[in-house]
Structures are given as structure tokens and as C-alpha cells.
Unconditional design. Sequence first.
Length: 470
Amino acid sequence: MGLRVVDLFAGGMMGDVQLLSSANLEREVRWVHTWPEVEPWLHGGELLLTTAYSWPAEPEQQRRIVRELDGAGVAALLFGAAEPFFPRTPAAIVEEAGGLDLPVFESREDRSFAELVESINREIIRTQFATIERSERIHRTLTAAALEAQAVGDIAERLAQLIDKRVAILNLRRRLLTGAPADWRAVGPAVEAAIEALPMHESHPIQHFTLPGQHGATQGVVFPVRAGRDLAGYLAIWHSGGEIAELDLRAGEHGVVVVGLHLLRQQALADAEARVRNSFVEAVLHGRLVDDSGLRERAQLLGFDPSGAYHVVLASPVLPDGGARAEPLSSAEDVRLRARLGHALQVSLQDARQPSFIAYVLNQVVALIPAAATQAQMRERMQRLWRRTCELEPQQPVAFLVGRANRGDAEMSGSLREAQTALRSVRGPGVWWCEDFLIMRILGSAADREALSALVASTLQPLREQSDAL
């Protein structure tokens, strides 16, 4: 048996209510039904059943009560019209409710309110249980997708099937990570606007949007996706000609968690690959590739050409005074900023269809970038890479320091030293070339024989080859 009458008093929930009749206190309590004068007790969303016992006869007072009930959030009125109160629902009530868009029903005199309350509450509970059950199914399916999905598109596809809505996932640059839906040309701008309006200061930010259409409005919602502490992208859900229900919002909230977990897993795999690349890049920079056949083979498997020409590029944060220095990492925030800079440079290289050979030295990112056919082409390439990196990491001013091109398997340490030497001459963000500072190096230290030789090789020798007069 469930809750009994005696339990109401034993638990103290009745407060100072007095028991006047101690008949069968073992009766089961299944529902609570109150009437009349219910206005002060409404919470919103009720289907209010009334016999109009306490309703006034004056039409203006009836209209006032209807307005108050609507203001309290009542979902609908069910009027039990019967003698001796009102044989029919008063016209003033129906008219006022119609003006407020408040549904009014009328029941027959022989219809029991107790039966109505029980059947309606049973349906409410059944609906709530079905929602919980469906929500649990969505949770299980998306959790499984987090373990099985090969790409975020797999997660988006499962979510779309579960809620029967369109779903798209975008990266931080607001490019689709999933296939373009058929209506994306129309919906895309609305999603972009919703992303701009996201209340990111809230703990669980979401942003709804509406797009008018010939066959009904398209309702949608956008969620931010986080991978750990960092914003990683956005998830959008929309439905043409329908609304976004509470269950869709729950599914979306769980979906962004699953997408975030997937991105973290992908990042972990990328980090593992980066560690392998980092070890081989360090070997190249220290000239160990030529003597280690196993390392040389691994480098070739990663796409590195030991006999090719590469520039060493130092990506270094620019300090408030405009300079750039190699400094040790002193906090977790320093590590995070360096990782963000490395990721931005890696994405820039991928966008430019260049191989990603990256390592980390103190607070700097070191990259090996294939030489272009001409110096002018190489300078243009580096400018594009620098601009793209700044777009991806706009809050961290960065300078690129470029050493001269050298053979990949034996002479990269010299290119690294040149880039490191150029650090002293940096004056703000931009691309800085070591050979542009050769005269400064010579003037700064006449004993710097390496700089003098570099000047001869890069400037005087080409001129000598062009003219017999030199």
C-alpha cells in the first residue's frame, strides 16, 4: 500500500491541521484535489477543474477571475456546469478566456471530478515516465556513440535520429564538421547569428533562434561545445515547422558533452602523434638523423624528406615591450598558451597543405617548413602562415623567426641557431628573417665569422655569379 491517511499525520506534514474524525485512517491517499478559491495556490500549468461554487454571478467579476487565472499560468479550465450554481458555463467566462487564448472545457453533470483527476494525473505520470525513458535511451545511445564514433558526424547523425531533428556541429571557425544539411544555405546565417548571441557568461549557455518560412517557422537552438576548459565548437539543432521541446534541449545538452569527450579523445591521439613527431623533429634539429637509420626511416614514414631543403621557424610569443625571448614555462597557464600556439600553427600548416613537423622548446614552437622554389614565394608563404596563425590565436601576439633553408638530414641545427639569433632583433609581431639581420649582426660583432660567411653566401656570392665585374 502507498501513502495512508495516518501517514500524513505521523510524518508531521499536516502541520497544525486537526483531525476531527478518526474513522478509517488506513485509507490510501492517491491524489490531492482542492477547490474552490485556488488562485493563491497555483504554480502554473494546471488543468483547473471547477464547479464554480464560489464564482460570483456578476460577469465583470467572472472576467476578473479568468484574467487572474490566466496570469497565474493555468493551462486550461474545465467547467463542471450543474445546478444549483451554473447550468451552463457563463458566456462572460468563455468570451474573456477566448480573448486570452485560454482553453475552456465543460463537463457533464454526471461526470465525476474524482475520476477526471485520477485519469488525468495517471496520463501526466505516464507522459513523464515516457519522457524519462526516452531521455534515458538518448543518454545510453549517445554515451555509446562517445566510445564508438570515428568522427563527430557519427555523433550528430545518431542525435538527429534520436530526436528526429536536424543537427550540425561546427568548429571554432564556424565551419561545418558534419555534412551540409539540405537547408543549410537558409539556416546557416540564423545559426551564425545565434552563435554571436550566445550568453557565454552563463553556466549552461544556449541560444534559441527562429527562421520564418512559407510552410511554418523553423525553430532551433545552439549550444557551445567545450573540450575541457576550452571552447571547441558549437552544436545546432533545428526543426522546420515544429518546436524544440524540453527533451530536445536535454538531448542537446548531453550531445555537447559527448562531442566534447570525442574531441578530447581526438586531441589525446593528436598529442600522442605530436610527441612522436616532436621526438623526430628534435633529432633533426640536433643533427642525429644522419647517423640513425631507424629514426631516418620513421621520419620518412611521417612524410619528412631527409634530402629536402627546410627552413627552421620559431614561433615565439611577443612580450609587452615588443621583444621576444626564450623563457622557461613557469605555470600551467604558460603550458596551455604554448599548446594553443602550437595547435594554431599546426592548423595553419594543414590549411596551407603543408606537412606539420612541430616541436616545443621552452615557451616557443619550432617548425620545419619545406623551402619554396624561390625566396619570394617562401616569404609569401610565411606571411600567409603567420596571418592564419594570428587569426586562430588572436589574443596571443606572435612573431615568426625564420632561419635559412638547409638540408633536412644534416644542417638544420644551423638554421635553428640563425632563428634563435634573430630573436634579439624582434620588434613586435610579424615574420622576421635571419638574413635580414646579417648586416646588424656583423656591425654588432665584427668577430662573428659565421654571420660574415652567411652574408657572403646569401648576398655577395649570388651577385658575383651574375656579374664578372664583382
